[in-house]
Design a protein around this ligand. Structure first.
Ligand SMILES: NC(=O)c1ccc[n+]([C@@H]2O[C@H](COP(=O)([O-])OP(=O)(O)OC[C@H]3O[C@@H](n4cnc5c(N)ncnc54)[C@H](OP(=O)(O)O)[C@@H]3O)[C@@H](O)[C@H]2O)c1
Length: 330
């Protein structure tokens, strides 16, 4: 192979790899949108909702959707501030961001912060390796919030829990300390159901979204998550997941977009057609409730690759002609 061809092939490969990585790390134009059709049709005007854990990954998206629907929104969290990604967003100015620690505040402090809203959505949770933190952060913190909601006479609640297929792994697939995480989730679900009759429990496996990757807590950005989501949503893969055990099954289930989890919570408390206890225990259930369109990450990646390969081929041809012309002049 002549050195000119080798140079072009190496440049081509490098360009494709670099561009593909940055494209996956960013949010592609066709990746799932922040708001969606089912939630778009809901009206929050005249409704007040307190979002417990409103500064979090999912909670902040709940606040965004509710604000967009015209609801009056209060967020409770330890920090009492909007997360970085939302700090300059116009909707963020419409949220009343309040700081409170659900585990150390008194009942009256918590009641004052929570107010007398029509609905409460809790996205509070904790991860880590300390069983006490896992139990309190997922269990007692939510119990305290839902008891306050009950005292306030709230008519509707939603809670982000965890998939029963993940919980089923606690016996044989996960370290013992992690049992406290699931015990906490059970406590929280029971407390949510005791508040009122209109209850939505949303149980995702893994949630993706935003524009960055992280390890603790684990985060995967929208473009990459959408790629995995579309890939794992293929019928054959789901048929295999159905018959595989434990964590292998969980790993084969499609993850859920954070906006979809948030949308399902909002649908739970704003949709007048909803009532009773509703448990959304799969990505399919959650996406149906929020009206989230199917993921397009694989299609986006293929379209991008074809477009980029075409652009690179054009560039290579142009450069080859320039070099040929320069050589001819010599
Ligand atoms: N992310 C996933 O892949 C995933 C998967 C399955 C289930 N879930 C569940 O989904 C829910 C939301 O997850 P996420 O990723 O959005 O969580 P997150 O980003 O860690 O947000 C947790 C929120 O809870 C607040 N919080 C925690 N402890 C508190 C306390 N003692 N007092 C007041 N506020 C407290 C945090 O406030 P500060 O930020 O101020 O500390 C934050 O707003 C959790 O219940 C989680 O277990 C998540």
């Amino acid at each position: 192979m002549c050195s000119l061809t080798r140079y072009f092939l190496t440049s081509l490969l490098l360009a494709i790899t670099t561009e593909a990585f940055s494209s996956l790390a960013g949010t592609s134009s066709r990746s799932r949108s922040a708001l969606n059709l089912a939630v778009d049709s809901l009206d929050g005007k005249g409704k007040s909702v307190t979002v417990v854990g409103g500064s979090g990954f999912v909670g902040s998206r709940v606040c965004q959707i509710l604000a967009d629907k015209g609801a009056t929104v209060t967020s409770l969290s330890k920090s009492g501030a909007a997360p970085k990604w939302a700090q300059d967003a116009p909707w963020s100015k419409d949220i009343s961001w309040k700081a409170i620690d659900l585990l150390t505040s008194t009942e009256s402090e918590l009641d004052r912060c929570l107010g007398k809203p029509d609905a409460v959505i809790s996205c509070v949770g904790a991860i880590g390796t300390d069983p006490d933190i896992l139990l309190k952060g997922n269990g007692q913190a939510n119990v305290n919030a839902f008891e306050s909601a009950q005292r306030a006479g709230v008519k509707s609640v939603a809670y982000v829990s965890v998939s029963s297929e993940v919980s089923a792994c606690k016996e044989n697939w996960l370290p013992e300390f992690f049992g406290s995480y699931f015990d906490g989730k059970d406590m929280a679900e029971a407390a949510a159901k005791a508040v009122c009759e209109d209850v939505t429990i949303v149980r995702p496996t893994f949630i993706y979204g935003g524009d960055y990757f992280g390890l603790l807590p684990p985060r995967v950005n929208t473009a990459y998550g959408s790629f995995i989501d579309q890939l794992l949503s293929i019928g054959l893969i789901q048929a295999v997941a159905d018959i595989t055990p434990g964590l292998i099954k969980v790993a084969l289930r499609p993850p859920v977009l954070a906006e979809s989890v948030a949308g399902a919570c909002v649908d739970g408390v704003l949709n007048p057609q909803r009532s009773g206890v509703r448990v959304l225990d799969s990505a399919k259930d959650i996406n149906e409730a929020s009206g989230q369109a199917p993921a397009t990450g694989v299609t986006d990646a293929i379209e991008w690759s074809i477009k980029t390969a075409g652009e690179i081929a054009e560039w290579v041809q142009k450069k080859a002609k320039e070099i040929e012309a320069a050589n001819a002049k010599k």
